[in-house]
Write a protein that binds this ligand. Structure first.
Ligand code: ZN
Length: 249
């Protein structure tokens, strides 16, 4: 069930050094998918506080095989770890070989869709969107969507550098210098859905498909128009979150 493909794990590195323990952990996880201790060990070796290593990439085919065969429940451990590895922006001690695994990651998109359908609530649904972003190699979206689960997003002004918080659930949505409610900055004008393109459009379609209207509103607020509370520089399309300015990628 766990493809090994002749990998020399002992020569590869994980967060603690030689990755020789990883294949055994992957086999145990595949045999006993609810073993929390094994998953915790895999997380700390392969996606240590969000940092990934050579062994993290090498584990992708095995984690993908587990993700495809896992029950479509709200919490699929292999799917979360897979998306965490693919969505990491902190690659250490190895070349970034993510592109080599695009097909394996894409093969898990139906599992992510099943996870979204089984999501217990809006927050869980955002984590499902975050998984999709990871599987698609949309690394900035992967991180931003974990914030969206809490109805807020954190960024910084590219002009003056001030830290800002976007309050997506208030009415109206607002930008704020304070991370505590109520928000004290300018209004965040929701983006028009027809103007959204690229991966952001796919996220909106996914929210609509699963009748997650509150998440649709959060995404349109995230992609909306406002200005920096300090220097008044205008921004839109999540540009203060690193989402790529006006093309909403
Ligand atoms: Zn500014």
């Amino acid at each position: 069930m766990v493809p090994d493909n002749g990998i020399d794990w002992a020569a590869a590195q994980d967060a603690y050094g030689s990755a020789s323990a990883v294949p055994g952990l992957l086999r145990r996880a595949a045999a006993d998918p609810n073993n929390a201790e094994v998953w915790q060990d895999l997380w700390s070796r392969l996606c240590h506080q969000g940092t990934v290593y050579e062994a993290s990439f090498l584990a992708i085919p095995a984690l993908a095989a587990m993700s495809r065969s896992a029950a479509p429940t709200a919490h699929s451990q292999p799917l979360h770890l897979l998306a965490g590895i693919a969505g990491s922006t902190d690659v250490r001690g190895t070349a970034d070989t993510l592109a080599q695994y695009a097909a394996a990651l894409a093969s898990c998109l139906p599992a992510a869709e099943a996870y979204a359908a089984a999501a217990a609530d809006d927050a869980d649904f955002c984590y499902a969107l975050s998984v999709v972003a990871g599987l698609r190699g949309e690394r900035v979206w992967h991180e931003v969507l974990t914030f969206v689960a809490d109805g807020e997003a954190f960024g910084g002004c590219p002009v003056c550098g001030v830290d800002i918080c976007l309050f997506l659930d208030t009415n109206p949505a607002r930008v704020s210098l304070s991370w505590f409610p109520p928000p004290d900055g300018p209004e965040l004008v929701l983006a028009e859905p027809v103007t959204i393109e690229g991966f952001a459009q796919e996220l909106l379609e996914m929210a609509a498909r699963h009748s997650r209207y509150n998440i649709t509103r959060r995404l349109l607020a995230l992609l909306g128009d406002s200005q920096c509370p300090t220097c008044e520089e205008p921004f839109s399309r999540g540009s203060m979150l690193g989402l790529g300015g006006d093309d909403a990628q």
